[in-house]
Each structure stands twice: as C-alpha cells, then as structure tokens.
Design a protein around this ligand. Structure first.
Ligand SMILES: NC(=O)c1ccc[n+]([C@@H]2O[C@H](COP(=O)([O-])OP(=O)(O)OC[C@H]3O[C@@H](n4cnc5c(N)ncnc54)[C@H](OP(=O)(O)O)[C@@H]3O)[C@@H](O)[C@H]2O)c1
Length: 219
C-alpha cells in the first residue's frame, strides 16, 4: 500500500516505492484478491487493531459494513473474537451475515442510535453526523474511530475516546493481513473488475456509494 493520498494519485501497472510499502502476495489468493486488500484492509486494521485494540468479547459497530473498508473490518473484528454489529441496507444483510456480522442493522429503516447500545468500539466510515450520533451507542470508556471527517466540536466526549485516522504504509500489519488471507480468514468481496483503460468507469461505479466490497482494476 502506497503512502496515501500523497503521491498516490493515479493507477499504474508498475510502481517504485520504499520496500516497507510492499508485502509478498499470499500464494493462496489470486491477483484480483490481492489487489483488493491492502488499502482497505490496512485502514480497517489500523482502526480496529492499532487504534481501538479490539479484543475477544468486544461489541463493535461497523458503519457501511458492506463497503470496501467495512466488509474487511467485519472480518478482522471477527478474527479477534468480537461481536459485530454492522449497518447496511436490508438487501445486503445476507451478505453481512455471510462475512460474520452477528447483528445487521438496516440504517434506512431505523436510526442505529436507537437500536444499538453498549458498544466498545465504533468504526465510522460515513462521516457527517454519524460521529456525533455514534457517541450515543458507546459504553463509557468506549472508542470511536473515524476514517472520515466528522465534527465532534460541540459534542460531549467525556468518558469516551475519539480518534481520526489516515491509513499509512505498514509492512508489519500488511504481513498479518496477508497471513489472514493465506489462511482463508480474510477475503475481499469483489464488486466488479475493470481493465486499467476503463479506470474512469471504475470511479463512476465507486461514486455511486452502493459498492459491495471492492472494485479492482486489471492490467
Ligand atoms: N482515513 C483513511 O485512511 C481512509 C482509507 C480508506 C477509505 N477512507 C474513506 O472511508 C470511506 C468509506 O470508504 P469505502 O471504500 O469503504 O466506501 P464504499 O465501499 O464506497 O462504501 C459503499 C457502501 O457504503 C454503504 N453505505 C452508504 N451509506 C450508508 C449509510 N448511511 N449507512 C450504512 N452504510 C452505508 C453502502 O451500502 P448500501 O448500498 O446498503 O447503502 C455500500 O455498501 C470513504 O469516505 C473513504 O474515502 C478513508
């Protein structure tokens, strides 16, 4: 995973970068799988493992659990023994259960903040008012990790921890992600695959905001 977003402003077949940016592709997965994992899985890892220290028995709420970051975060949280609550529209709940979500929440039908409680860790991948609303579901001492911008300035955050994260290259974490993938415990859902020449179409697909898993470019 290249240092992001600085300098990683395009798509390419070859790249020169510092060695800590790379990890060998696990032999058990193909290149489409391998291409789908690094950015989103590292983001999820740095949020749930490095920042929030998710452990066995923790109750974890993952927003946009069917999205690129979210669906890998679900699997990483499950691999650490957490109880996972994930939000998505109802049509994606079977998918959520398939990747290990214990409790899917239809964010269109209910206000998640009314039906979810006593959560140890929230991963906010949506932003806007999701951060402030997520504070209501946290246990005292709980952690809100955001990978997007949310304004908590006027909120009472006493008794909880709130962190905002920008993913960074990390060979050690990537190696652990690769090991999970090799063991079949972490698998990217492939929403769609486009040839590099059609990268613009891939971006259009991403911008719909309805992607399940990851979009991959092939060369
Ligand atoms: N800070 C960092 O280092 C970092 C790194 C990577 C990504 N990001 C950011 O993280 C965000 C998420 O990225 P992503 O690639 O995971 O997104 P994505 O794959 O585009 O997310 C799509 C998913 O979001 C769901 N969704 C949309 N609105 C929702 C809502 N209100 N509640 C619950 N689910 C909702 C959709 O499900 P439905 O179809 O059911 O609505 C869809 O499955 C982006 O803003 C991205 O820029 C930050």
């Amino acid at each position: 995973m290249l240092r992001y977003p600085f300098g990683a402003g395009s798509h390419a077949e070859y790249v020169a970068a510092p060695s800590r940016t790379f990890v060998a592709k696990p032999s058990a997965i193909d290149h489409v799988q391998a291409g789908a994992l690094p950015l989103a899985a590292l983001t999820a890892w740095q949020a749930l493992v490095d920042t929030a220290d998710v452990r066995e028995g923790h109750r974890v709420l993952i927003h946009a659990a069917a999205g690129g970051v979210g669906h890998l975060a679900v699997q990483i949280a499950k691999a650490r023994g957490a109880y996972v609550i994930g939000t998505a529209s109802e049509g994606k709940h079977a998918f959520l259960r398939g990747i290990g979500v214990d409790e899917p929440v239809d964010y269109r039908g209910v206000d998640f903040a009314d039906v979810v409680k006593d959560v140890d860790v929230v991963l906010d991948t949506i932003g806007g008012d999701y951060g402030p609303r997520s504070l209501r579901v946290l246990r005292p001492g709980g952690t809100l990790v955001s990978v997007v911008l949310s304004n908590l300035d006027d909120m009472d955050t006493s008794g909880v921890r709130s962190e905002t994260l920008l993913v960074e290259p990390d060979h050690h974490a990537l190696a652990q992600i690769a090991a999970l993938a090799e063991a079949g415990r972490l698998r990217a859902e492939i929403d769609s695959v486009f040839p590099l020449e059609e990268a613009a179409k891939a971006h259009e697909r991403g911008e719909t905001g309805r992607v399940t898993g990851k979009i991959v470019l092939t060369v």
